[in-house]
Design a protein around this ligand. Sequence first.
Ligand SMILES: [Zn+2]
Length: 349
Amino acid sequence: MIDYKEIIAGLTREHIIEIFDKLDIPFVEKTTHFVLPTICHNKNADEASQKLYVYKDTWLFVCYTECGTMSIFNFLKKFYQVHEIDYDWYTDIYQVIVGDKEARQVEGMQFPRYKSLKERFNKKEKVVLPEFSSSVLDSFVHIYPSEWLKDNISPQAMDKYNIRYSISQNKIVIPHLDESGRLVGIRARALNPIEIEQFGKYAPIKIEKTWYSHPLSLNLYGLFYNKENIRKNGICYVFEAEKSVLQMESFKMDNCAVAVCGSNFNKFALKILLTTARPKEIVLCFDKEELPRESKYFDKLYAICEKYKNYCNFSFIYDRRGLLSLKDSPSDKGEEVFQILLNERVKVK
Ligand SMILES: [Zn+2]
């Protein structure tokens, strides 16, 4: 188990400043805290108000306009997402904070960083992720966690996607395969409340000294299992989380779902999808983020579709009728609700 309290307690003023510098974040230092622009929800630091405080006694990040209180782990995650930077949890979050010198990747493994990723894509090279030995999964047991059964994920779905459980870490273990079925990463859904608060619900898993981490933006969860369905039906539903792909497994309709495991859809995902399954339409099925009469989230989804509409037909699900709760995925309330949302999806032409 990782000791989160110890990590946070081990942070120093110098190290925090180093992180700000590394990420190009302007700051003003006060006696008890740092004052930052609210880059947790603003892309442009110049336009953001100075309302993000970082307290020196707890190292908590508090955004007074929108985001509330965040651990440094969750802050970095938000920062990368808002700035549309493709990040790898281990190298870009964990190592930035902990500088973990002891843990290492599998021998000979080098993860491409986001800057080089962009270059690679521009050169139109195919990025093949390194493969892990699937025997590592043998150390986890077959248990159907009640949290997921309650969330309408069937035992059959968990069997199909080889979902396991880690007794020692109290986590749901989710193997990530690439479109050819190679094991490229293992993510875990934490069940310990303290761990969720500090680290977030999802993170890669560490087994002995190895992090089974991969750049999420270079892979689509579920594509290996559902590529034939996507091809046959000509449609693909792109969700944020693995959980939704598993929920869709219990629907009567063919499972044409994949997950980006984040809240962005990028060129890499598009390319993998088009070359592997050739859908005629891609439907973004992202979590509900917006209250009535707001439009920021609508605009964000619209902009993603607009950006890629020359490559494929694009649409997105947007709950206007209040069928979903805030933070719900469109699959959370079952097939009937999903069908209604799907029929009313916003098509971007
Ligand atoms: Zn914020």
